[in-house]
Design a protein around this ligand. Sequence first.
Ligand SMILES: Cc1cc2nc3c(=O)[nH]c(=O)nc-3n(C[C@H](O)[C@H](O)[C@H](O)COP(=O)(O)OP(=O)(O)OC[C@H]3O[C@@H](n4cnc5c(N)ncnc54)[C@H](O)[C@@H]3O)c2cc1C
Length: 379
Amino acid sequence: MKTRVLVLGAGFGGLELTTRLSEALGDEAGVTLIDQEEGFIFGFSKLDVMFGHQKPEAVRHLYRDIVKPGVTFKQETITAIDPTARRVTTDKDVYETELLVVALGADYAPEATPGLLEGGNEFYSVAGAERVSQVLEGFDSGVALIAVLGPFFKCPPAPYEAAMLLHDYLQAKGAAGNVTIRVITPMPAPVPISEDISQGIVAGLKERGIEYWPSTKVTSLDAERRVALLEDEREIPYDLFLGIPVHVAPPVVEESGLTEEGWIPVSTDNFSTRFEGVYAIGDVTSAPVPRAGVFAEGEAAVLAEHLLAKLRGGDEPDGYNGAAVCYVEFGSGQVGKANVNFLGGPKPVGRFSPPSEETTEEKAEFGAARRRRWFGHQV
Ligand SMILES: Cc1cc2nc3c(=O)[nH]c(=O)nc-3n(C[C@H](O)[C@H](O)[C@H](O)COP(=O)(O)OP(=O)(O)OC[C@H]3O[C@@H](n4cnc5c(N)ncnc54)[C@H](O)[C@@H]3O)c2cc1C
């Protein structure tokens, strides 16, 4: 099948890009969007699933609801990408395209941490979050370890959000006094580029009696003895282990020859790769910004401008400034905010806004605006 623009992956990046191309080009857009799933789930909704507040069906936004001029959605699994020929094979078809965009996100490799699959849990996938919601029902005393297992991961505040929401959950059960929550991370601070944001998050942990162990790495679990082994050879006992697994590019991307050191290198001017007519945005790239939906979305905006300049003429984008707002859950419905800018100045900067009612409403509107914009949902 021939198409003008082929977008692989309907996550934050792919959805924003196709929306922009459709808005600008209408029926002429000629975009095909492919994803293996039947719907999109916001990363932050996984925390709702994890704590039993929502079922996945309730937070899944179905791709069949996408009605955008010039955009065709296909629910197919991509099995091969040839970036030189710009040819993509799926379980159902073969596509050739003028412009190819890879927005396939990051996968997880729980097996990279010995013992995690046998002795621990992850909550970063929907299935993992669902499993944790069941495990939590029977957990009301002991030590809960929340550990970051790789050098980087999606949504830097998420481990701390999980810790504060766990505190909330246990308090509602009357079990908070019987549980020690401990967050262990190889990073020196929650958001190393900003002392202000890091202090805001660490203060939130402290207020709730949550232990914070920075610059500490869990290397494996002994599932039988229920201990986590640290890089410095210490052993930390646990009753509940919640790991943020090592992240990897999806295998089909790794096999395509697009990656270097595991991820796709891109120019932050226009998100081109080293292959002519092939672009990449979001978590699958090694762009020098954190892995988060708000960055994937900002990158999509820059790429849309570049593709529009190519397809119908017009100005090239100024390049990506890496500016974004990330919302941080503190529990009890309180939401704080981190304003960051990674590429707009001589060095990355960030500012923290403590939880407020206004920010809680802002986050709700953040989700609602994207549901309207991407899916036409009015609630
Ligand atoms: C617990 C948690 C909380 C988070 N909270 C936030 C937050 O508050 N704010 C925020 O901005 N970000 C948050 N994130 C991060 C955010 O979800 C991701 O960074 C973001 O979704 C990345 O966008 P993307 O477009 O690069 O990839 P994704 O959104 O992951 O989309 C990739 C798509 O590619 C598809 N795909 C992959 N392989 C194939 C294949 N072979 N064939 C077909 N389709 C395929 C997948 O099904 C997926 O739909 C959170 C993440 C987690 C886990």
